[in-house]
Design a protein around this ligand. Structure first.
Ligand code: FDA
Length: 306
C-alpha cells in the first residue's frame, strides 16, 4: 500500500516540487546519489574501484520529452565515457542507460540511434553498456532495441525484472553464449495482470530466473540486496561451477555497503550501480518505495532543523 502510494507520488509534479525544494532533501539524496556532476561520478567510481568493486554509472533522467534533451543525455554519456577512459577507470566502470531518457517514448528510432552511439563510445573506451529496464509498457520495445544493439555490440547488457510474469520466458531467450543479463526484482508500480504483487511470489520467480541464467551460457548479473537470494546465488555458483569471472553480484550505491565489501572479500565480482546528475527525483522515490524505513529516515531529515 505504502509502496503504491510512493510510486504514485513519483509521477506527481506537485509532490516533486515539494520534495525538491525541501531544505534537507539534499542530505537524503546524498545517501543514494553520487552527486550532480561528472566529476562527482568519477570521484565515487575511483573510491569504489580502490575498494575492489566494479561500477555501473547511470546519468539520472527518464521520460525525456524532447529531442534536445535526449541528445544532451547522449552527449553526457559520451563525455563520461571519455573521462572514464582517460582516468583508466575502464573496464572496471561501465554505464547503465535508460532508453526513456533517450526519447524511447516519442521516437524509438531516435532512442536506438542515440543508444547505438553510446555503445560505440563505450566500446572505444574498452567497456560495456547495460540497458536498464523501465515499466512493463516498454519491455518489448526495450528488448527489441537491445537485440538490435547487440548486432554491433554483442556485450550490451539486458535487464530482466523477476516481478513480471513473462520474465522466466525472457530469461530462456537470453541465456545464450555472450549474453549479459542483469536480474533484478523490479521497481515500478505494475498491475497484477502482468506482475506478481506478493513479495514471496516475486522472490520465488527471482530464484527460478536465477537458476535459468546460472545454468546457461551467458554472464548473469545478480542485482539484489536480499540476503536469501544472495545466499542462493552463492550456492548456485558452486552448483553450476561458476567461477567469479563468469557472473557477478550487483547492488545500488549506498545500500548494504557492508555486504558489498563482504562479497568482494569472499572473492566475488561485485558491481555497484552509481547514479549521478540533477534528475534524481524518480530514482529517489523508487528507493523510498522499496523500504518503509527509508521513508522514516527521509521524513526525519525533512522535519528536523539544520
Ligand atoms: P528487497 O527490496 O526485498 O530488499 C532486500 C533487502 O535489501 C531489504 O530488506 C534491505 O535490507 C535492503 N534494501 C533493498 N532496497 C533498499 C533500499 N532502497 N534502501 C535500503 N535498503 C534496501 N529495477 C528496475 O525495475 N529496472 C532496472 O533496470 C533496475 N536496475 C537495478 C540495478 C541494480 C544494480 C540493482 C541492485 C537494482 C536495480 N533495480 C532495477 C531495482 C530492483 O528492481 C529492486 O527494486 C531493488 O534492488 C530492491 O530489491 P532487492 O532485490 O534488493 O530486494
Amino acid at each position: 500500500m505504502l509502496r503504491s502510494l510512493i510510486l504514485a507520488a513519483a509521477r506527481s509534479p506537485r509532490v516533486e516540487r515539494l520534495i525538491e525544494t525541501a531544505p534537507l532533501t539534499r542530505e537524503v539524496v546524498r545517501r543514494f546519489v553520487a552527486g550532480t556532476t561528472g566529476a562527482d561520478a568519477l570521484r565515487v567510481t575511483r573510491e569504489l574501484a580502490d575498494g575492489g568493486a566494479a561500477v555501473s554509472l547511470d546519468y539520472l533522467g527518464e521520460d525525456t520529452l524532447t529531442t534536445d534533451q535526449a541528445v544532451a543525455t547522449r552527449d553526457e554519456y559520451l563525455s563520461l565515457l571519455s573521462a572514464l577512459s582517460t582516468a583508466e577507470l575502464t573496464p572496471a566502470a561501465e554505464v547503465s542507460v535508460k532508453l526513456s531518457a533517450l526519447g524511447q517514448r516519442f521516437d524509438e528510432k531516435l532512442a536506438f540511434d542515440l543508444a547505438h552511439s553510446i555503445c560505440a563510445a563505450a566500446s572505444e573506451a574498452g567497456t560495456t553498456v547495460t540497458v536498464d529496464m523501465e515499466d512493463h509498457t516498454t519491455t518489448d520495445s526495450t528488448l527489441d532495441i537491445l537485440s538490435r544493439l547487440r548486432v554491433d555490440f554483442p556485450t550490451t547488457g539486458a535487464v530482466l525484472q523477476a516481478y513480471l510474469r513473462r520474465t522466466e520466458g525472457d530469461c530462456r531467450e537470453l541465456v545464450g553464449a555472450g549474453s549479459r543479463v542483469r536480474l533484478c526484482k523490479g521497481a515500478y508500480a505494475e498491475p497484477e495482470s502482468v506482475a506478481f504483487s506478493n513479495r514471496l511470489d516475486v522472490d520465488k520467480s527471482y530464484a527460478r530466473c536465477m537458476s535459468i541464467l546460472m545454468s546457461g551460457q551467458g554472464y548473469p548479473m545478480l542485482a539484489t540486496h536480499d540476503p536469501r537470494l544472495i545466499a542462493i546465488g552463492e550456492n548456485g555458483a558452486k552448483w553450476f561451477d561458476r567461477t567469479p569471472d563468469t557472473f557477478e553480484f550487483q547492488m545500488l550505491y549506498g545500500i548494504r555497503p557492508d555486504e558489498q565489501r563482504r562479497l568482494i572479500h569472499e572473492g566475488y565480482t561485485v558491481r555497484v550501480y552509481v547514479p549521478y546528475g540533477g534528475e534524481w527525483y524518480g530514482y529517489l522515490m523508487r528507493r523510498l518505495a522499496e523500504r518503509p524505513a527509508n521513508v522514516a529516515f527521509f521524513a526525519r531529515a525533512l522535519t528536523s532543523r539544520s
